[in-house]
Write a protein that binds this ligand. Sequence first.
Ligand SMILES: [Zn+2]
Length: 341
Amino acid sequence: MFSCPDCQCVVGEYPTAGVLAVVCAGCTFKYELSGGVARACTSRQVQVRAATEQQRASYARQYELTLAVSSRETLRFTFGTARDDEWIRIGTGDACVVVYSMRGEEREELLFIVNRTSGERFILGTPGSRSKFKANLIGGIIGVGVLGLGAVAPIPFAVALGLAAASGFGAAMGMAHVLKPKHVLRLDEQVTLSARQSLLDEKRTVLRRREEVAAEVDTRQSLRKRLFDLKTRMEAVKVDAYAPRIELIDKALASLEAQLDVDHRLVAEYERTLQIIDIEYESSVAADAMPGDGAGIMEARLTELRSVEEHRAETTRQLSANAEVEQLLRSHSGDPSSLTK
Ligand SMILES: [Zn+2]
């Protein structure tokens, strides 16, 4: 999912294939996302400064990335980086997204490239840095101009310096605001966009929670397997003294089973919620309307989801109330041999 690098709002989903322009409802910066499969990514070293007696030569690197955004269309991106090692790793066949900030219909700055195959993100710029640079330059020129005027005017030099600094700083701040690559949105567009992007924000939260629960399910399943194996080994050696431990393992296994039941139910609810979010989001885009208008579908869904989450939390609390079993699960998740001692 693409989050605005300026204000961290979730703005859209990375396109798998194709070019997408999105506007952030939070800060109204506009971005272009080009998604596709890398056909080639090559780079060459370029000399920035020749060696002198005092200094070694310095180098930068120039890249060229060819991206197939559909079966018929490929896009070529060329860009330079100050680093001279091959730090941008994109192999042929890797799924990539190239992200630019936009000023109107024009690309302004290359911000980053995501290699979705390797999960790496290569940061190349920050939105608005070019306009900030320009604004500072203009502020500097104005400051120097005022200082020049002050020097010939009949005022003390310290006053002229103060005036120059204040006017230069003020001009830089003002220009930074004016030059920011903001996109102008009508009020209704802004409202629709905000509602749509808050849906995506909800999606990000649900995805994260689903991952967390899925990770806990994995841990519990492997623990269940280990306890089961241990029990089988204890039963095989037919030692009477093991009976109380076997009984304890049985209790722990039953507890794990019950916990896994509620875990699975919650994961299924997350899946359903994600599907509903996708439907709401895509219908909103297709109809160019507010998502889930009036029906309150999302609200009802999220309320249901919270209640399943609460139910799971309550079950987890109840299951861990059995101190002996809890102790066994805890010690056992660390050291599988602890029970045989
Ligand atoms: Zn933003």
